[in-house]
Design a protein around this ligand. Structure first.
Ligand SMILES: [Zn+2]
Length: 263
């Protein structure tokens, strides 16, 4: 009953908000990932994006004046990972704060040498447990399959992956699993991939993803997620088992199935 009422309320508020399909199409036209979503799936993504915008609050960090097109683009990127999971997966938080560029959190931070500094370096994005998501528009502009030293980047998907990860026992690289998934398999495959890439990093071999992934299991999951959506070919080629598990988690196949996959 509550769900039906909520959907009805969402629909009314979407109507009041007044965004059109044409506005949405124009806002996401330059994001290549959108080629993957056509027909019914594209309609569902647009519908979810509008519902996302009436449920969440997008606010300005600093003096940044963001436009409706920016709101639509950020919301669409946020909805891509949960398109086949449902908007309820984002129920535990409400606010996205958008800065024009990288932002400096107002808190002390500790570097690897153990020194606590009173000012942090600039951040491109951040996700708080039960709190807001913070994003830099400049970093969102640097989205793509090869933009970060030849590696994939999508700060919106990265931070939202942290939010999904936090749904189960905090940010530790193990998001909630579907009933047909085995947490033990997830742990084994992600651990094996992590160890192999650590070795590659120490031997100065090229990695298939941004090496920031190797700072913690939570960052590994977040960077794998942005690579999965932005550069699925690289992920499937170099990390096929991780790719397979992310297909199960997100209930999406960014790459078309081949006949051998179907066998
Ligand atoms: Zn992160």
């Amino acid at each position: 009953m509550f769900k039906r009422f909520r959907n009805w309320l969402d629909s009314r508020r979407v109507k009041d908000m007044g965004f059109t399909s044409a506005q949405w199409e124009s806002a996401i036209a330059d994001w290549p990932v959108m080629h993957r979503y056509q027909g019914v799936e594209r309609d569902a993504l647009r519908d979810m994006t509008f519902r996302f915008l009436v449920r969440k609050s997008l606010t300005s960090g600093g003096e940044f004046q963001f436009t409706d097109a920016m709101r639509l683009k950020i919301a669409t990127m946020a909805c891509v990972p949960i398109l086949h999971l449902g908007l309820d997966w984002y129920d535990h938080w409400y606010t996205i704060i958008i800065y024009e560029g990288d932002f400096i959190p107002n808190r002390p931070y500790r570097t690897d040498d153990g020194v606590v500094h009173s000012e942090s370096p600039g951040l491109s994005g951040e996700a708080w447990v039960r709190g807001p998501v913070v994003l830099s528009w400049q970093s969102i502009l640097e989205t793509g399959a090869h933009v970060r030293h030849g590696k994939a980047s999508n700060v919106v998907i990265h931070e939202l992956a942290h939010k999904l990860d936090m749904l189960r026992d905090g940010a530790n690289g193990a998001p909630p699993m579907h009933p047909d998934m085995r947490p033990g398999e997830w742990h084994d495959i992600f651990s094996a991939a992590w160890e192999r890439l650590q070795k590659d990093l120490h031997r100065h071999r090229p990695l298939p993803l941004n090496d920031y992934a190797l700072t913690s299991p939570a960052e590994f999951f977040a960077v794998c997620s942005e690579t999965f959506f932005e550069a699925p070919h690289a992920m499937q080629k170099h990390m096929p088992e991780v790719y397979r598990l992310l297909c199960q988690l997100y209930r999406q196949q960014p790459l078309p199935l081949t006949n051998s996959d179907r066998a």
